[in-house]
Design a protein around this ligand. Sequence first.
Ligand code: IMP
Length: 426
Amino acid sequence: MSVRILIGAQWGDEGKGKIVDILAPKTDLVVRYQGGANAGHTLKFNGKTFVLHLIPSGIFHDGCQCVIGNGVVIDPFTLLQEMDAVRGMGVEPAGRLFIAETAHVILPYHKALDKANESSKGEGKIGTTGRGIGPAYVSKTSRRGIRMRDLLDAGSLREKLDEALIEVNLHLSSLYDAPTFTADELIPDLLEAGRQLAPYIRNTSDMVHDAIDLGQSILLEGAQGALLDVDHGTYPYVTSSSPTSGGACTGSGVPPLAVTHVMGISKAYCTRVGNGPFPTELDNELGEQIRKTGHEFGATTGRPRRTGWLDLVALRYAARVNGMSELVVTKLDVLDALDEVRACTAYRVNGVETKVFPLGCETLEAVEPVYTTFPGWKTNTIGITSFDALPTEAKTYLDFIESYLKVPIKIVSTGPDRTETILIEE
Ligand code: IMP
């Protein structure tokens, strides 16, 4: 039995979808535990590319059951579309996909609030995905949320919507001068979505505990990344959920002592979408080259991602906050053409070098990265499947990362396809 948490160790987009897809054949249950359709988990196999936003990335493996956990915020209409798209790939979600009855619903007004809130901030905006994530979590924590189980009960849905709309409409009209919503216009579509989703909605907490009791293999699939965590990330430039390993337990119902592995995923370099500090950013030609080679454009919004060198200070922080027991390095091949490769190994703050990741954005904006430089390997590593076959310079780089973090590297990804992967055995 294993209960493995899979987390993004940077600012998201580390390649979690591909890694879940690789681990899924040995997994009985995959549980998505936080976030919503702000995520875009890309999978590539049999010459096709597929992006999942809500459905766990284990769906393309027959033996694997998939749960959208209680910590996820679900746009039911996006989910229904995604289920249809999965069917289009020849996979029937019925009997394989389960949705937590306690997961909260993203409603059209959450998206309206997200957009209105962002535009009101002008230059100071977070750069959200506009999917209504933050406002949906606000509804949840203010105890005015609608849960998936409410979509199955017309009476309860109306009562809760009526109550929620009092505050929502006040916000929309008085703060943003934006159009308001009525329960009457929302309810028919929501009940129809509930009717279609009813066979999938259940007590997934019980399912997860039964799987633990049976000694099954469970994978808890995170979205976004540690540095976007609402508590541990670069606040306020964060998402509104907890992608870190603690969030995996609350967002799935898995108790902490059941967890056997915490796998962190990092690119061989660094990216960030949206605003916020990024000490190793390469806002220059080299950054542009990495963006082009790595196809660094958002899988959900299409926005160009900011690119930079690997930041080991930030990664060490992520390793500590998550209790990372193993590491995956993705997109090594993107660095193939570079003459030299750098990794930030300390920050200089007021003239003093430190390995401590500062928790205030103002301090993080002001740090000066201290780099260790490695010779580039200048050889094609795309599709290499054994560590020994990597060029010496690439091995040196990976060995350095491992020894800096004191976390063993278990997987190296050398291309987007499922097959382009190095699995490092014990
Ligand atoms: P939100 O999650 O849409 O509220 O956006 C908050 C911040 O998280 C923004 O900077 C987004 O760009 C970022 N973000 C949200 N989801 C992802 C993701 O899946 N990958 C990378 N960044 C993300």
